[in-house]
Design a protein around this ligand. Structure first.
Ligand code: ZN
Length: 137
């Protein structure tokens, strides 16, 4: 059987990708990180090239995705309290960062033009139950 790979996650910075890699390898899953060196060399290109890709062998993808899901679930706020969905009150919440809005896009372009570190990374929460996205104060 030929070895094929599947991208199961993308990360903006290498630290996050390395933590997940270690977690998956502890479960016996072979992990390959692509564009890691490129992004470590210049973190500002991360958004442009789609982040660091976490790839696994296709035959291990389902198990890896399952482990990943169990890590991503149940986000907590700054005080360690579980984040609750405002719509359905589920605690099955994932945290993710995005540059989908104008404000974070502005800071991204600003960062590229002036070689500054990204000053503004927008974080949002997504409910795995009803799929809405929301912020918390
Ligand atoms: Zn919900």
């Amino acid at each position: 059987m030929s070895k094929t790979f599947k991208t199961i996650a993308r990360y903006q910075y290498s630290a996050e990708a390395q933590i997940i890699k270690g977690r998956l390898e502890a479960e016996g899953i072979q992990v390959f990180l692509t564009d890691l060196v490129t992004i470590d060399t210049d973190p500002l290109v991360s958004n442009a090239i789609g982040g660091i890709k976490l790839k696994v062998l296709t035959e291990q993808a389902m198990k890896a995705q399952y482990i990943l899901d169990s890590i991503n679930k149940n986000a907590v706020d700054d005080h360690g309290n579980a984040v609750i969905c405002p719509a359905c009150e589920s605690d099955n919440i994932a945290l993710f960062s995005t540059i989908n809005d104008a404000k974070s896009l502005f800071w991204f372009i600003f960062g590229v033009l002036f070689s500054a570190l990204p000053l503004y990374t927008r974080h949002k929460y997504r409910c795995d139950h009803c799929k809405i996205e929301f912020d918390i104060k």
